[in-house]
Design a protein around this ligand. Structure first.
Ligand code: MSP
Length: 506
């Protein structure tokens, strides 16, 4: 099996906030999990650099255009590294190799007959990079950004999107899981049912962008340029190798709900127009909210992911985002919420479980862990988790999958309380029972570490190391009885050391 997953490519008009980190982390969790199952994967992220407001923003910053986008693209690359994303490539739309594929792509549609010349007059929001009709505006302002759209009138090239209503409806009928969650499928389908207008795919008044191949006085519309990244990057990510035959049929896109129409309607139509295969699946997620509002630079309520990572470490941030909000729905985040889950769930539930288990093995068994039979109950629970976590992740239900693993953590904590190993240790006659409990805790914790590896990769590594277990993350390890004999186990350092609570000013 092969699996190709993309994040949207991020605009470089400013630096990343946690809403961007969110999609990248979700993608990373999904891809790491597939790798654990032995699938061949490709994980792409990157930056969208030809925004029509880039020349203005760069000028305001007093920087040359290329220097400006290089600087912000570097900030997104740093974010990708700091959230511990295991992407295979980082694509930039200012890369000449990408630009060449964009030209080729547009030329294909042109040659097949679905691009024509026309005049566009309309209201354009430079933040959405999209046209609006008068009725769509709210008090004359963009409904998403609250800014006044610009009146644009120019000769453009148009893509005959209207001709794709029928083919798209057929596609949606044939593939009811093409868009997830289901309510987003319905939303996309109703856009198509309402009827589709042709869209302008070039700009006459701009220079910053990819020249239209048959008319270099125009540049390609930034959304077309950006969408093509998913296809172009495979052509040059591995010099000398074209990955498209291997990964294009299995392409999956993650995206936020604000860009549903571009991805679920326009993108498949453009691909059909170019005679290419449409994506296998698209998953649309919700927003992270702060104080009930979408976190965004324009509202000014953003959190810098790097600040949180500096204080808590990367794994707690990865963990929190998918505990607090159901992936697919909107969810409110807060510094207090992160702190609280850090202490209660990561510190008290997972961290203490490892501390206690290793401390008891060190104290009662001189650091020696010996394989013992595992109870039927734990065996059955791990077998169930192994199947069900995989099923949820196949449906992009990152939150549901994490909840299932967390139930195992809680179960192991209950086992410690019920078995009270410290009581067993007082009675020589119960030594066999104690061996069994200690082994069962270690085995359960080892399986949990494997199950958690996609979510909190460094924590999993530390748990396995503390238990003297090999760093084998194969999904088959989420099963009972895979613990190997180990010696020299010492009380583990706290996985999640104390952190000061956030102050009101933070
Ligand atoms: N450049 C376009 C995408 C082109 S893809 C071919 C773009 N960029 S963006 O930087 O504005 O947004 C990128 C992604 O970040 C989108 O999926 C968007 O939904 C997501 N998010 C931005 N703010 C967010 C939150 N507050 N919460 C969750 N996701 C958010 O759109």
């Amino acid at each position: 099996m092969s699996f190709y997953l993309t994040t949207p490519i991020y605009y470089v008009n400013s630096t990343p906030h946690i809403g961007h980190a969110y999609t990248t982390i979700a993608a990373d969790i999904l891809v790491r999990h597939r790798r654990q199952r032995g699938e061949e994967t490709f994980f792409l992220t990157g930056t969208d650099e030809h925004g029509s407001n880039i020349p203005r923003v760069a000028a305001e910053a007093g920087l040359d255009l290329q220097e400006f986008v290089d600087r912000n693209a570097a900030a997104f690359q740093e974010m990708t590294v700091r959230v511990n994303a295991s992407n295979d490539f980082f694509v930039r739309t200012t890369d000449d190799r990408h630009k060449a594929v964009v030209q080729e792509f547009l030329q294909r549609i042109y040659d097949r007959g679905d691009i024509f010349e026309g005049v566009y007059a309309g209201l354009y929001c430079t933040r959405c990079e999209a046209f609006y009709t008068e009725d769509e505006l709210v008090d004359g302002l963009c409904p998403l950004h609250g800014i006044r759209p610009e009146h644009v009138e120019e000769k453009n090239y148009f893509f005959r999107l209207s001709a794709y209503q029928e083919p798209l409806l057929r596609l949606y009928d044939e593939r009811p899981d093409i868009v997830l969650p289901r309510f987003r499928y319905n939303e996309a389908r109703s856009f198509i049912e309402l009827g589709l207008d042709d869209i302008s795919v070039s700009r006459a008044s701009q220079r910053w962008g990819v020249p239209v191949p048959w008319d270099e006085s125009q540049v390609v519309y930034v959304w077309v340029d950006a969408l093509v990244n998913y296809w172009s990057a495979l052509a040059f990510a591995r010099p000398g190798e074209d990955l498209r035959p291997r990964f294009w049929p299995v392409v999956h896109h993650l995206l936020g709900k604000d860009i549903l129409k571009f991805h679920c309607v326009i993108w498949p139509a453009l691909l059909l127009g170019a005679g290419l295969e449409v994506p296998k699946q698209l998953f649309v997620h919700g927003y992270l909210l702060m104080d009930e509002r979408k976190m965004s630079k324009s509202v000014g309520n953003v959190i810098d992911p790097l600040d949180l990572i500096d204080v808590y470490g990367v794994d707690p941030v990865r963990f929190y985002l998918f505990r607090v909000a159901t992936f697919g729905q909107d969810g409110s985040i807060s510094l207090e919420g992160l702190h609280e889950r850090y202490e209660r769930e990561l510190g008290n539930e997972l961290g203490n479980l490892l501390s206690r288990t290793t401390a008891m093995i060190a104290r009662y068994r001189q650091g020696e862990l010996r394989p013992e039979p595992v109870s039927e109950e734990l065996t059955a629970e791990l077998a169930r988790a192994q199947d069900e976590v995989a099923v949820r992740l196949d449906e992009f239900d990152v939150t549901g999958a994490l909840e299932l693993v967390w139930e195992l953590v809680r179960r192991l904590n209950r086992r410690v309380e019920q078995a009270a190993p410290w009581e067993l240790a007082k009675d020589e006659a119960r030594a066999g029972e104690l061996d069994q409990v200690l082994h069962e805790l270690a085995d359960g914790l080892r399986a949990v570490a494997v199950a958690l590896a996609a979510f909190v990769p460094s924590t999993s590594e530390r748990i396995l190391a503390a238990l003297g277990q090999p760093a084998d993350l194969a999904w088959a390890g989420v099963a009972a009885g895979r613990t190997v004999a180990a010696t020299g186990i010492v009380p583990a350092e706290p996985l999640f050391p104390r952190v000061d609570a956030p102050t009101a000013a933070a």
